[in-house]
Design a protein around this ligand. Structure first.
Ligand SMILES: C[S@@+](CC[C@H](N)C(=O)[O-])C[C@H]1O[C@@H](n2cnc3c(N)ncnc32)[C@H](O)[C@@H]1O
Length: 466
């Protein structure tokens, strides 16, 4: 029997046990989209983080409602066959990953099911045509980007960087993270020591005081080039240039050090303005055999290799003839627009972040791709105004999915094919339901992909034909 931090085990068999603080014994038989295990106690549902299907556990009830409760794992009575020892020593506390205790093959199975269930339950699609999930070669060391909040240890006064504890804003101090590209680890361990020595103030979110909020690291997986960015409350950081030069000398693969200013009381990490202090404001990366420049503050898929594999599926599924007009809505820095532009007559990228669009244009120029244009703005506003009719629309919205106006416009302009890339199955299913109502579109294939091993997140591309 594996003991959790609490030690006492007392069970009541009666119904009055359904109260906060009490212990119940359950079997975990499902996982939620957010990664929690799900079990039942006398017809009532209990959600328990850090568990997996097949675990028999005792759980302390935390937030109790008449029909369901959230609980905290108290004791593993019988571990599931899918339970493994996490690779990370702080996995049980750190909010960065939810699934380090689950073997990777089962993570993939659970993600595949997450997509199928969302399409069935929310999308109303009986037998969704879901292919086997795509996975990269490694379930660790894959992240090309890491963004760490900073804090001061109340015990030692030392600068700390890491991830927040599950469900809180208490920081877990890390000197390495097994999911990030290992080449970034030395910077994580050492940069906070330099910040300490400079005497720079760490931002305190409760008082909105202090200066440095986050340390952001990014690496080009193919080139090894790295960027270091400090997110600050305002620009004043005495000695920053000298420190940035020292970092550039110390880490040969580091090509640029930047500051990003975020002066707001917000949980958003980056603010609107980024200034390069020394070196270059971007790193170079190779993706789908094209060269890209990637800035510190624009979107780029975190698992480069699996994103590339998904793009290959999209390319082959579209059977491009070379005479198509393609819209890439939510195009970021043109990561998918550019390889697809090479295979069609004309491509138009739509993106709200002006820095990303600037970068997308530069990336097109870098690769000599001149049948592509980019427009800055919200897809919901731009799409109805375009006077070109697309044959194919690629959608890749954030987690909240597409604005209703985007779906309505698509149903009006009726592209022959739609490819919907999504990082949240629930909103994908909601939007597919709208697109497929009245049989306007037929769903031909859904390709899940694991862009975030060790977490409950799953990506999926859905293919629709009119
Ligand atoms: C999931 S990322 C996809 C980026 C790109 N397709 C890629 O593969 O790198 C979503 C992008 O949509 C942009 N975005 C978010 N809301 C938007 C909106 N309403 N209109 C246009 N772009 C938006 C974000 O800035 C981000 O670049």
């Amino acid at each position: 029997m594996i003991q959790n931090s609490e030690s006492k085990t007392e069970y009541s068999k009666s119904d009055d046990i359904w109260q906060q603080g009490n212990l119940v014994e359950i079997d975990i038989d499902d996982l939620t989209d957010s990664g929690d295990g799900v079990g039942r106690w006398r017809e009532r549902v209990v959600f328990v983080p850090d568990t997996v299907v097949g675990d028999r556990i005792s759980v302390r009830l935390v937030r109790v409602k008449p029909e369901y409760a959230h609980g905290k794992l108290h004791q593993i009575i019988e571990p599931s066959a899918h339970r493994i020892r996490p690779s990370c020593i702080v996995a049980d506390k750190c909010g960065g990953c939810q699934w380090q205790h689950i073997d990777y093959q089962y993570q993939l199975e659970a993600k595949q099911n997450q997509v199928i269930q969302a399409l069935q339950r929310i999308g109303g699609i009986d037998n969704p045509p879901v292919d086997r999930i795509l996975a990269g070669d490694s379930d660790l060391g894959y992240r090309n980007k890491a963004t760490y909040p900073l804090a001061i240890s109340s015990a030692t006064g030392q600068v700390q960087a890491g991830y927040y504890q599950k469900g809180s804003h208490q920081l877990i101090n890390l000197s390495q993270c097994p999911t990030q590209d290992a080449r970034l680890n030395p910077l994580l361990a050492e940069v906070k020591r330099d910040i300490q020595q400079r005497g720079w103030q760490i931002y305190d979110e409760s008082r909105h005081k202090g200066q440095i909020r986050h340390l952001a690291l990014r690496i080009g997986r193919r080139t090894g080039e790295m960027l270091l960015t400090l997110v600050v409350k305002d620009w004043k950081l005495p000695g920053m240039k000298a420190q940035a030069e020292e970092w550039l000398k110390r880490y040969p693969e580091l090509v640029g050090v930047s500051l990003n200013r975020n002066g707001d009381r917000t949980n958003a990490i980056f603010g609107d303005e980024t200034r390069c202090i020394v070196g270059k404001p971007y790193l170079r990366e190779v993706f789908a055999d094209l060269e890209y420049q990637i800035r510190p503050d624009t979107f780029f898929q975190v698992y480069t290799e699996t994103a590339e594999a998904l793009l290959q599926v999209i390319e082959s599924e579209l059977h491009l003839q070379g005479d198509e007009v393609l819209f890439d809505a939510y195009c970021g820095i043109g990561t998918m627009t550019l390889p697809l532009a090479k295979r069609v007559r004309e491509a138009i990228g739509l993106e709200v972040q002006s820095e990303a669009v600037e970068q997308a244009k530069t990336n097109a120029e870098l690769n000599g791709i001149n049948n592509v244009t980019f427009q800055v703005g919200e897809v919901e506003k731009l799409l109805p105004q375009l006077d070109v009719k697309p044959d194919i629309v690629l959608l890749d919205p954030p987690r909240k999915g597409c604005d209703r106006a985007v779906i309505d416009t698509l149903l009006q302009i009726q592209p022959q094919r739609i490819v919907y890339v999504s990082c949240k199955p629930a909103t994908l299913a909601r939007d597919l339901k709208l697109l497929c109502q009245n049989s306007e579109y037929r769903l031909t294939k859904v390709q899940p992909a694991d862009f975030f091993p060790q977490t409950a997140h799953v990506e999926a591309a859905a293919f629709l034909v009119r």
